[in-house]
Design a protein around this ligand. Sequence first.
Ligand code: ADP
Ligand code: MG
Length: 250
Amino acid sequence: MVEVRSVHKSFGSLEVLRGIDLDVRTGEVTVVLGPSGSGKSTLLRTINHLEKVDRGSISVDGTLIGYRRSGDKLYELREREVLKQRTGIGFVFQNFNLFPHLTVLENVTEAPIAALGRPREEAVAAAEKLLARVGLADKAGAYPRQLSGGQQQRVAIARALALEPKLLLFDEPTSALDPELVGEVLDVIKDLALQGTTMIVVTHEIGFAREVADTVVFMDGGLIVEQGPPAEVLDHPRHERTRALLAKVL
Ligand code: ADP
Ligand code: MG
């Protein structure tokens, strides 16, 4: 589903991604761990084409999108394709990013109606199903400020699912939540995993990684320093750096 090859990305003189290779197979869950500033969010943003890569390539579902060499105009020529791809990739942010002036139901129906041109009735019926799936059928008419953080994040997940994405990206979906609300959001993500949703999840929740991930990836300093099945990476890390990182988060 996702092929990242030799991706480099700098902000000014700061090289944030220093040669990333990553494969995500359809139906698999990849959990990305690593210290703050290691490039995790930037990697997700390049996969969703919110950031352009400087070098290397990214393809999603067989379509090559990010590709740049000096003098290569391919990326710009594909802007239309980039927009099309982005609607096929759901993104869930740390801070929910719900529209505060829209109800829960309107938050979920907005993109299908505006971006995909779905008839309102159809979008509403689909949204009601999605809200039931994340346990919020009774909150359709509420506004985001009336919900807990955990409920808001579950709305954000329903909103991402409304575009029927082939890939879901989560950037620290529980980091802004009070500890007692983390579980309800992780449970929804686990449920999606069980149903075969292809996902990349950036998180510090090691227990979640152990239970749900097919592959765990450790990033440090803009590089993937270790990747493999959770039992291997979490219990038998090969690199000293990974051991040090795990010791900090456990
Ligand atoms: P992580 O998600 O692992 O904490 P990020 O990908 O957010 O790491 O950031 C990696 C580094 O890139 C950090 O040093 C951060 O300050 C820097 N960075 C991220 N986005 C930008 C940007 N838009 N402009 C300049 N620097 C950025
Ligand atoms: Mg981040």
